[in-house]
Design a protein around this ligand. Structure first.
Ligand code: OKS
Ligand code: ZN
Length: 338
């Protein structure tokens, strides 16, 4: 399978994050992507410029991502920029200049620091997805893999969160529409709900967002991904959430996925973007599902029964010693089934 990986994605390297109330080393490290890239003959990203990013994200937010680290340094502080105050319900949508206010306005958690090279890596992460999409649309292969890092599925129209800054899967999905596709499905199989992707397409009839994830009553991101979230307006019915309990093993996961695949097949997408996270793995340090390496191949084979071209976009997965094998297992399943 054609694999796109741009080395500029590894320059983003925040030092630490707030984890369960204490400082911990940042889990979303460059070695994650490097451990996967080492297994494949990877091609670098091509530059599609800002327009596909602007088709998903607010101009003010894109500018903020480019400014934030410098603005933070200019306050005389060292270290990564981290928000701590957020404009929650009943706050006015004020456009304040202060860096701390801008941080909070464009974030929904304190787990997503901005480091010196965050913008550069996020930009090339989005370009990696766009390159893999173009290779899928113009090439002869039925699937391509965008080895994106940082991940994207928690990032919405004007916000970051959950280690995500630009929503690469959403950027690719929307670019597919502007390239002529009429119906694009995004299937999110990361352990965590892809709240950013859901928000971006919540009122869109031409993108079906489906996600299987840990029950947000117990797991991050808590405020999205509940089963009653089904889309709104023109997008009513084109959002599908299947939360599963902690401790879920392959048999129960497979049954849930079979139902989701049936719904997506009936909707007849022209293209499926898979937000793939390997944090459903039994050995993942921050997650509580119990999938095994060999399960990912079966997962992929089930997804491939939808029978349309597939763009696989990398999201989470933190068991670095197994991450390459788990991802390779998934890609092998896609490749043999299509
Ligand atoms: C708090 C960490 C919060 C973000 C976890 C979710 C990252 C992820 N210490 N999303 O798919 O893998
Ligand atoms: Zn995740």
């Amino acid at each position: 399978m054609r694999v796109i990986f741009d080395p500029r994605q590894t320059e983003h390297a925040p030092e630490r994050e707030l984890h369960n109330g204490a400082w911990a080393p940042y889990a979303e490290v460059p070695a994650r992507a490097e451990s996967i890239a080492a297994l494949f003959d990877c091609q670098p990203a091509r530059d599609f410029g800002m327009a596909p990013l602007e088709a998903v994200h607010a101009p003010e937010y894109l500018q903020f991502l480019q400014d934030a680290w410098t603005d933070w340094q200019q306050t005389g502080r060292g270290g990564d920029a981290i928000p701590y105050a957020f404009p929650v319900r009943r706050r006015r949508a004020l456009s304040l200049e202060r860096i701390d206010a801008r941080m909070g306005r464009h974030a929904f958690d304190a787990a997503t620091p901005i480091a010196r090279d965050t913008w550069k890596s996020a930009y090339w992460s989005a370009q990696t997805a766009l390159t893999a999409l173009e290779d899928l649309l113009t090439g002869t292969q039925p699937a391509t893999f965008a080895l994106c890092r940082p991940p994207g599925h928690h990032s919405g129209h004007d916000y970051m969160g959950g280690y995500c800054y630009l929503n690469s899967a959403a950027i690719a999905a929307r670019h597919a529409l502007s390239s002529g596709a009429k119906r694009v499905a995004v299937l999110d199989v990361d352990y965590h709900h892809g709240n950013g992707t859901q928000d971006i397409f919540y009122e869109s009839a031409d993108v079906f967002f489906a996600s299987i994830h840990a029950d947000p009553s117990t797991d991050y991101p808590f405020y999205w991904g509940h089963a009653d979230e089904c889309g709104a307006g023109e997008g009513q019915g084109t959002t599908l959430n299947v939360p599963l309990p902690r401790g879920t093993q392959w048999n129960a996961y497979r049954d849930a996925l079979a139902g989701v695949v049936e719904r997506l097949s009936a909707w007849k997408p022209e293209l499926v973007v898979v937000s793939f996270g390997a944090d459903t793995f039994a050995g993942d340090p921050i997650s509580e599902f119990l999938l095994r390496t060999e399960d990912y191949e079966q997962m992929a084979q089930l997804v491939a029964t939808i029978g349309v071209p597939i763009l696989v976009v990398m999201e989470g997965g933190y068991a670095i010693g197994d991450l390459g094998a788990n991802t390779a297992s998934f890609l092998a399943g896609i490749a043999t089934a299509l």
